[in-house]
Ligand binder design. Structure first.
Ligand code: BES
Ligand code: MN
Ligand code: MN
Length: 459
């Protein structure tokens, strides 16, 4: 039986080319213009699972994009791993900031990825990562070494909030019965510093509209006496944080789980260089809530960020105008024990209350999701840890991530299943940004590591 390392060396080009093929499909779930491509991507994913050796592959319809299912049951008495991933991707905008077209993948070497990285939208998030599971499964099938049962659910609406997934989990509870969920949709600290994600933040996302005068006004004739919705929106937003960057929404921190000094000391063991962090994103100084380190601010602390803001004249040249309306999209990242719904309500109430009488405010909630913490002493975690230690030659560190995968909390709430977040991306891979990429090393390392997880989890 050929071992996985030799298999990867021998099949490297095929493994890469097959990934490049699926990266050519622009499966952007947010934009209706790509709906056909998203569906084609679902079908291609199903075919890939079937070709790899999965049984009962199908597209399970939802009110949105279908969920790709496939399974291999070798023995009902053996354990079952439920693999989750997503085949949809974020919009590629702004397109002109890409060095190569987002859906024409190319492999180029970079400082961080000297052996090459695949540049394309979805390369890391999450096509390159879910596809590692398809390929690792294919290897185990070919070599007759699959040690337990496996089920796959690869969805197409993760990047738009997985709104149909909870209903799907409820409806297909028994079909999805398993012992653990395995997800590769997160990252590691560095290619020489493996880590396993031990938590994710939740999310509450809203859109606000501030309405002032009933029409755009001449800023000379009215400016200074008419309320300016853009000025007012900026003041309202500015007031959402105090001088310590503490969020001022009453009750916002009420449910936040505080970590003990020991837990924080444990976290601080993960390597972090403030200098390198600043350099990597080109900033002069770090920011954030007083009393917490930068890694803490993006993991164990909730935050509030404006994601977009617009209104008034934004065309060429100058136009002297007081706009009638101003808008912003605002998101809050939440931590364990905060409830997305509660926080959304607190925000709506507060934002409405702080509006001056000169304007009207409308707040529209978008999607949300709960935070999750995953155990670091479970059999499944230890299996992932052992598998990574074998392939990286170093024991992975547990790290709580700042990102969100709302479905992880739902796996626990609805299916009663814990999740292992064994991702292989790097923060610098530019997911959601122009020039997203995924290291060839990371892709192949993932394929190499996954069979180890299966093996150790089955023991
Ligand atoms: N894979 C990411 C989340 C992620 C990335 C977690 C890196 C940890 C490390 C996922 O596809 C994502 O982008 N999630 C969204 C939330 C979703 C509701 C749109 C996010 O975190 O903004
Ligand atoms: Mn993702
Ligand atoms: Mn994403």
């Amino acid at each position: 039986m050929m071992n996985i390392k030799a298999y990867i060396t021998e099949n490297k080009d095929t493994l890469l080319n097959e990934l490049l093929d699926i990266l050519r499909i622009p499966s952007v779930s947010a934009d209706p213009a790509y709906a056909k491509d998203v569906r084609r991507m679902a079908e291609v994913t199903r075919e890939a699972l079937e070709k790899a050796g999965a049984d009962n592959t199908e597209l399970i319809e939802t009110d949105g994009f279908p969920i790709v299912f496939g399974e291999k049951i070798i023995d009902p008495n053996k354990k079952t791993i439920l693999v989750y991933g997503h085949y949809d991707v974020q919009p590629a905008d702004p397109i002109d900031l890409w060095d190569s077209p987002p859906f024409e993948p190319v492999i180029k070497s970079t400082t961080i990825h000297p052996e090459g990285a695949i540049f394309a939208r979805g390369a890391c998030d999450d096509k390159g990562q879910f596809f590692m599971h398809v390929k690792a499964f294919e290897y185990m099938m070919k070599t007759n070494s699959l040690p337990c049962n496996v089920k796959f659910i690869i969805e197409g609406e993760e990047e738009v909030g997985s709104v149909n997934l909870e209903g799907f989990l409820e409806k297909y509870k028994s079909k999805l019965s398993a012992d653990v969920v395995l997800v590769s949709d997160t990252g590691i600290l560095a290619n020489d510093t493996p880590s396993i994600t031990s938590g994710l933040r939740g999310l509450s996302y809203l859109e606000v509209e501030v309405m002032g005068p009933n029409r755009d006004l001449h800023s000379g004739l009215y400016g200074g006496s008419a309320p300016n919705p853009i000025n007012i929106l900026c003041e309202m937003i500015a007031s959402l944080k105090d001088e310590n960057q503490h969020i001022t929404i009453p009750g916002f921190y009420d449910d936040v789980t505080e970590l003990s000094a020991e837990e924080r000391a444990e976290m601080a063991k993960a390597p972090f260089s403030e200098e390198r962090f600043k350099q990597s994103i080109g900033i002069g100084a770090v920011e954030g809530e007083r009393g917490y380190t930068p890694p803490e601010r993006v993991s164990i602390r909730p935050t509030l960020d404006v994601n977009g803001i617009w209104g008034g004249y934004i065309g060429e040249g100058a136009k002297t105008v007081v706009a009638s309306k101003a808008f912003a999209k605002i998101s809050m990242r939440l931590v364990p024990n905060q409830k997305s719904e509660t926080i959304t309500k607190l925000f709506v109430d507060h934002f409405t209350r702080i509006a001056p009488p000169s304007v009207k405010v409308k707040v529209t909630p978008h999607h949300g999701g709960e935070a999750a913490v995953t155990p670091t002493d479970s059999l499944a975690y230890l299996a992932a840890s052992k598998a990574m230690e074998e392939t990286y030659g170093k024991k992975p560190i547990p790290v709580r991530s700042g990102g969100s995968i709302p479905i992880v909390a739902a796996f626990e709430a609805i299916l009663g299943l814990k999740t292992v977040l064994m991702g292989f991306g790097l923060d610098s891979d530019a997911i959601h940004s122009p020039n997203e990429h995924y290291g060839v090393f990371n892709y192949l390392k993932g394929i190499e590591t996954i069979p180890g997880f299966f093996k150790h989890f089955s023991e």
